[in-house]
Design a protein around this ligand. Sequence first.
Ligand code: UDP
Length: 138
Amino acid sequence: MQRTFAVIKPDAFAAGFQGKIISAIQESGLKVVAMKTLLLSERQAKGFYHVHAERPFFGDLVKFMTEGPILAMVLEGDDAIKRWRDLMGPTNAAEAPSTTLRGQFGTNIERNATHGSDAEDTAAFEIGYFFSGLELAR
Ligand code: UDP
C-alpha cells in the first residue's frame, strides 16, 4: 500500500472539474483518504514547488497556483504514485492523450489541471506539507 499527493489545480478547480476528477480517481481503484480546499499564499506555493525554484517557469507557476482555490488530496492504493501519474498523463496537457485527465481537463504545459507526486520522497514531503498526522489517521 502506498500514498501519494494529488492536487486539482486552480484551472480545473475554477472550471468545476472536481467531481469528474474525483470520480476518475475512485473508478481507478485509488482511495481518497484525505482532502481539503485551500487558497495558497505566494509563500506557501513557493514552498510546495521549492525544487523548481531555479527553473525559468517558477514565477509563472507560482502565480498560476495562487490565482484561485485548489483541492489537495492524499490518495492510497498499491503503486499509488505511478497509477495517479498514469491517470494524469504527461505534463504538457496540449500533448496529453484524451484518455488522461490532463488531456481532458488541462490546457497547456503550465495549466495542466492536476498535480501528482513523482516519487516516494516527494510524496512524503508533499503530504506532510499539506496534511497533519491527525488528518491522516486511519
Ligand atoms: N510547468 C510549467 N512549464 C514547464 C514545465 C512545468 O509551467 O515548462 C509547470 C506545470 O504546471 C507542471 C509543474 O510546473 O505540472 C511542475 O513541473 P514538473 O516538471 O514537475 O511536471 P509534473 O511532475 O507536474 O508533470
